[in-house]
Design a protein around this ligand. Structure first.
Ligand code: FMN
Length: 337
């Protein structure tokens, strides 16, 4: 089911993204590769390739392979601290990727211009209203507002508070997509009514039939409830690590040990802060790969958001999107009944 109200509320998002439903599948390292991305876009949503730590050659191959599976638009998510960020931007331009998402902090000098000069639209994460304003002043075309309920790297503020703080000021200026903790269409309807142009989900799509995640990874999601998806804890005030939300397992403990190891290296002067932070990020990338690809659900990282309790079985992407749209449409119908 769909209704005119839902189509109209999503129209800004669908116009901006060039797809049928303003539902993005947020980039998930190792998970958001050609198969899931193409499946999302083919089902009318908007898939986003997670570049993560890929080299420019690997990204080039991934974009080409995704294009072979879909002729619909999709985006590419680049991490700002990637040492070859500008080469990755060139790869996206060569493929005429329409939308680039920059994650992992403020865009470095020259990156906004480089992305936009080549004709792509730029989407950035806005963790606070002041930063949202700054990003839009710098030329960013759309924002994602992601709360701490989300899976993966998170900020300190909840989705509901960020949405209330940022939508009233920014939704009139650029399309704003709300992310974090969304598992059902009723929530989508509510954020659209608050002014969002659309939404971004990750956890809900991670276990879709088209996702290449290992069966053990998927099983862990099906068994988990919201309270199992916990944020990592920073153990050393000198080492500011961005918290990561993941299912509790033995890997949660080894992250504490890793932080201690890196903090000791910092103390001894063996490494600088930048290198310390890179080591932490490499740790996460490796741990996530072990869980997603190898199925090591004990030692690896099971990044998941609090909406994991609403992921109960493997379903095709099209069925998940249809259900979300149905729930959103029914919620809006009830308002007018
Ligand atoms: C397994 C996993 C890996 C993720 N990896 C990334 C990433 O590489 N880059 C990024 O910008 N966001 C990443 N995210 C966040 C998602 O793109 C998305 O914004 C988030 O999952 C939305 O919140 P939800 O999990 O509550 O649906 C990841 C999330 C998960 C669950």
């Amino acid at each position: 089911m769909t209704n005119a109200k839902l189509t109209s509320l999503m129209s800004r998002g669908t116009d901006f993204l060039g797809c049928e439903t303003a539902i993005l599948c947020g980039a998930m390292s190792w998970v958001s590769e050609r198969n899931l991305v193409a499946a999302i876009s083919n089902a009318g949503g908007f898939g986003v390739i997670a570049c993560g730590a890929m080299t420019p050659d690997l990204l080039d191959a991934e974009i080409a392979a995704t294009k072979a599976l879909t002729d619909r638009p999709f985006g590419v998510n680049l991490i700002t601290m990637h040492p070859q960020l500008f080469d990755l931007i060139d790869v996206c331009a060569r493929h005429a990727v329409g939308h680039v998402v920059l994650a992992g902090g403020l865009p470095p000098k020259g990156s906004i211009e480089a992305i936009k000069q080549k004709g792509a639209r730029l989407i950035c994460f806005a963790p606070a209203l002041s930063l949202a304003k700054k990003l839009v002043r710098s030329g960013v075309d759309a924002l994602v507002v992601e709360g701490m309920e989300a899976g993966g790297h998170i900020g300190p503020v909840s989705t509901s508070v960020l949405a209330q703080e940022i939508l009233p000021d920014m939704a009139g200026q650029v399309p704003v997509f709300v992310a974090g903790g969304i598992g059902r269409g009723e929530a989508i309807a509510a954020y659209l009514e608050m002014g969002a142009a659309g939404v971004q989900l990750g956890t809900r799509f991670a276990c879709a039939s088209e996702s290449i995640a290992h069966p053990n990874f998927k099983k862990a999601f099906f068994r988990a409830s919201a309270r199992d998806a916990v944020a990592s804890v920073q153990i050393d005030a000198r080492l500011p690590v961005i918290p990561v939300r993941a299912l509790k397992n033995a890997g949660t403990e080894s992250f504490t040990a890793k932080q201690r190891e890196v903090a000791n290296l910092l103390d001894s002067g063996a490494i600088e802060m930048m290198e310390a932070q890179l080591q932490i990020e490499h740790y996460w990338a490796g741990a996530l790969r072990r869980a997603v690809i190898d199925g090591d659900v004990e030692g690896g990282s099971l990044m998941a958001g609090q909406s994991v309790g609403m992921v109960t079985r493997e379903e095709p992407v099209a069925a998940i999107i249809a259900q979300l749209m149905d729930e959103a449409a029914q919620a809006l119908e009830r308002r007018t009944a």
